[in-house]
Design a binder for this molecule. Structure first.
Ligand code: CLF
Ligand code: SF4
Length: 297
């Protein structure tokens, strides 16, 4: 799979456990939960928990300051030799918390330059942050794109917060979609690798995701990760649409197969926590709580 890639891209994916299926057997990632706020509402999100666009719903991550995040990253990197990637993925939207997110990236690129930096976002404010992402040498950005049609979007997003106003319905979805697509184009133009996450919501965007996959591929996204909606009552999922279910394993796989003719599909995502530490599927976060890190100095 990797041998077909140009050298410049191979260098960026070869030790990134999410961007390369092969790499996830040998390399680890960690997340620091520095970003509490969010600027949109997804129907499947419960604000008590981590952002469900890149994370496992129903989990509460320990919020860190940028300074604590830098200390934790260094402690993990010193203790887990496979650690190659630091991601910011919540617990809200990283780009809705630009000061905290970029202070963390700024310090890490200066103090731990060997670590690759990765970020995930709902995309609403992405275009205005592309310059700064490029400046910190962030080679990997994930955008969660669940739709390209505002009709579909209005069923997924009840509102967005935009220019100091709350906007609802189709008008809100239209702005979010435009910003996501513009951000995707701008990142590709800068040579930054883009992974697109989509949450598969049966009966809402299942058929539609085939079109989404085609379009993001045409625009230059590197990888498409279709994740299942995890609809469990205790997460408060899909309020207002009671009874919304998640996809079966077979439905998820069928959709991934249908998209794979057009697009590189990610099939090894583990829907990590916003404070995950270790190899994908492994959680060593409890070894690196703040009190333990203090004790390591
Ligand atoms: Fe984290 Fe995401 Fe970067 Fe990976 S996770 S910010 S791209 S370093 Fe990976 Fe975890 Fe799936 Fe995300 S397995 S949830 S895709
Ligand atoms: Fe929740 Fe993430 Fe959606 Fe924001 S972007 S509402 S944190 S799932």
């Amino acid at each position: 799979q990797m041998s077909h890639l140009p050298d410049s891209i191979r260098e960026k994916v070869q030790n990134h456990p999410c961007y390369s299926e092969e790499a996830h057997h040998y390399f680890a990632r960690m997340h620091v939960a520095v970003a509490p706020a969010c600027n949109i509402q997804c129907h499947y999100c419960n604000r008590k928990y981590d952002c469900a666009n890149e994370s496992r719903p129903g989990v509460v991550s320990e919020l860190l300051t940028p300074d604590q995040a830098v200390k934790k990253t260094k402690a993990v990197a010193a203790n887990i030799p496979q650690m190659t990637v630091l991601g910011i993925a919540g617990p809200g939207d990283p780009l809705a918390n630009p000061e905290r997110t970029f202070e963390t990236f700024r310090r890490l690129s200066a103090e731990a330059p060997d670590i690759k930096l990765c970020v995930s976002t709902n995309g609403l404010t992405l275009p205005m942050h592309v310059e700064e992402l490029a400046k910190h040498n962030i080679d990997h950005v994930t955008i969660t794109i669940n739709c390209i049609d505002p009709e579909v979007g209005a069923k997924i997003y009840p509102w967005i917060y935009w220019n100091n106003r709350r906007i609802r319905g189709k008008a809100a979805a239209r702005i979010l979609i435009q910003q996501q697509q513009k951000g995707l184009e701008m990142l590709v133009a800068k040579g930054i690798l883009v992974k697109v996450n989509s949450v598969l919501i049966p009966g809402v965007n299942d058929e539609h995701l085939k079109v989404v996959s085609k379009i993001v591929k045409e625009k230059g996204a590197f990888l498409h990760n279709v994740m299942p909606l995890i609809a469990e009552e205790e997460h408060g999922t899909f309020y207002g649409v009671m009874g919304q279910r998640g996809p079966t394993d077979e439905e998820l796989q069928d959709l991934q197969d249908a998209c794979s003719g057009d697009m590189n599909m990610m099939r090894h995502c583990r829907q990590c926590r916003a404070d995950a530490v270790g190899m994908l599927g492994e959680d060593r976060g409890s070894e690196f709580t703040l009190d333990k890190i203090e004790a390591m100095d």
